[in-house]
Design a protein around this ligand. Structure first.
Ligand SMILES: *Cc1c(COP(=O)(O)O)cnc(C)c1O
Length: 484
């Protein structure tokens, strides 16, 4: 119905001039014949060629109907359209998921893929991916084994926990734990910890889906032990602590420590769970950075179950890691949902080799890119900023205005929201080009360069730019100024 209406509207609107231009448009078959003669289209699947032709013709038709000034007799000719078809086919043949330069200064950038894997980890990934493996095969007994055995012992060794398992991501881990422990029971959570993280993970919503019943206690800024205590009744199934990863409540505040919750849980025979969010094995305060609670501390405090991400501060692949008391983790393993949240072998391979690096903290800090970037000394960031600024100045385009700016980088990934990592950024302005146009041009580069706009400048933070990407950025600006 709606379609018929649309068509009618179009028919009524076509003017004689447009009619003439529409008649000039070559047909699909004609363009098909032309592409068959071009070497470029060898190896491009026919379906891609046809779709590219159709989309080019559709675009031109639309442009004619919109009276776009760019349209004339000449650029509707078949040879002219073939160029557009080539572009469309090239686009269609380029992988959608591709490398991007992160110039935002946000280290764990969820939109840009969170953590980069260490070189050693990538090598192991390739080895495992290209051959059969003992993924679920116990080589000692020659029978079916557990998928998690390759990482379970490592996680226990590093964290000090009794038991461990891994699922697809931390959201899945939280859902699974709540479903196992607290289905149809009340889960007591502080109002100050009802977190929403990006991408629609909200503690109250996950609670509903798990079958747990949220029992909020305390206030946004202050929650006391007695608030939890007063809420405990026969329906209570779990005490939950959620790390407020991406925000901080400051000022007149009070929160109950995990340790106190564990004591309270013990007194009432209630399990205690902590969603650590990012989770880290490394005490950042040792490196002069802000404190992020470590997994080991939560284990020592005695939580029954703790969940955290594999690809946030840990710097590994996407995964949800669950550690805790053996009795609880065994129950979680038996939950049929576990099968639906199962981790795949590539993730497992990457996770195992990332975890191996943590056996030696010095090695982890040196080799895991996420940690490297967070701990990159200001001096090194400054060096890279100055190098980039100099290279851009050397392009010698008077329209380009380059500045060094003392800004700060962020860890991202919903961790350490208050931590500002001092940084030196490169800010660029091009005369007669808006900051938005510049940002878009860089985003359209191959590979795309993602920066940010601040005070009308296109700003790039070298902290998250990989060393070998600096020259790519230089070339992108060289090409841009040549064109402009
Ligand atoms: C990031 C985060 C999650 C979700 O983790 P994913 O690994 O992204 O699924 C859950 N809870 C908290 C507190 C988080 O910060």
């Amino acid at each position: 119905m709606a379609k018929a209406k649309n068509q009618k509207k179009k028919l009524v609107q076509i003017k004689p001039g447009q009619q003439a231009l529409l008649r000039k448009l070559p047909g699909v078959d004609h363009l098909m014949e032309l592409t068959a003669k071009e070497a470029f289209f060898k190896g491009v699947p026919p379906a891609v060629v046809v779709n590219s032709i159709r989309s080019v013709i559709d675009n031109k038709r639309q442009a004619i109907l919109n009276d776009e000034p760019s349209i004339n007799d000449k650029n509707l000719s078949a040879p002219h359209l073939i160029d557009a078809v080539k572009n469309a086919a090239k686009n269609a043949m380029t992988p959608n998921l591709r490398n991007t330069i992160n110039a935002t200064g946000v280290v764990v950038h969820t939109n840009l893929g969170r953590s980069l894997l260490a070189t050693e980890v990538v090598e192991n990934l390739i080895t495992i991916a290209s051959r059969y493996s003992n993924l679920e095969y116990d080589l000692n007994i020659g029978k079916r084994g557990s998928r998690y055995s390759s990482v379970k012992d490592l996680i226990c060794e590093i964290s000090g926990a009794e038991a461990a398992m891994v699922v697809n991501n931390n959201a899945g881990a939280v859902l699974l734990c709540l479903e196992t422990i607290a289905r149809n029971k009340e889960v007591i959570v502080s109002r100050g910890e009802l977190v929403e993280i990006g991408g629609s993970f909200r503690v109250p919503d996950v609670m509903v889906k798990s079958g747990g019943i949220l029992r909020e206690v305390g206030t946004t800024n202050r929650t006391h032990l007695r608030d939890y205590e007063n809420a405990i009744d026969p329906k209570t199934g779990l005490l939950l602590k959620v790390h407020t990863s991406n925000y901080s409540v400051v000022g007149f505040t009070a929160e109950v420590s995990l340790r106190e919750l564990v004591d309270l849980g013990a007194a009432h025979q209630l399990p205690v769970m902590e969603d650590l969010g990012s989770g880290t094995f490394i005490d950042f305060s040792k490196y002069g950075l802000l404190k992020e609670p470590t997994v080991q501390e939560s284990v020592t405090a005695g939580a029954d179950v703790i969940t955290f991400s594999g690809d946030k501060l840990l710097g590994g692949p996407q995964a949800g890691i669950i550690v805790g008391k053996k009795e609880v983790v065994d129950r979680i393993k038996k939950n049929p949902i576990t099968r639906a949240l199962r981790i795949d072998k590539l993730t497992l391979a990457a996770l195992e080799s990332t975890l191996r690096l943590y056996r030696d903290e010095e090695k982890a800090v040196r080799m895991i890119p996420t940690l490297q970037m967070i701990m990159l000394p200001l001096k090194e960031v400054q060096k890279r900023a100055q190098h980039l600024a100099k290279a851009l100045k050397n392009i010698g385009d008077a329209r380009m205005h380059i500045q060094l700016l003392e800004h700060s980088s962020k860890t991202g990934g919903g961790a350490l929201p208050l931590m500002e990592l001092p940084s030196l950024c490169v800010g660029i302005q091009i005369k007669d080009m808006s900051p938005n146009a510049l940002e878009k041009a860089m985003r359209s580069n191959d590979p795309p360069i993602i920066g940010r706009i601040e005070d009308d400048l296109f700003v790039m933070d070298p902290r998250t730019i990989q060393k070998d990407e600096l020259s790519i950025i230089e070339t992108a600006f060289e090409n841009l100024t040549k064109k402009a």
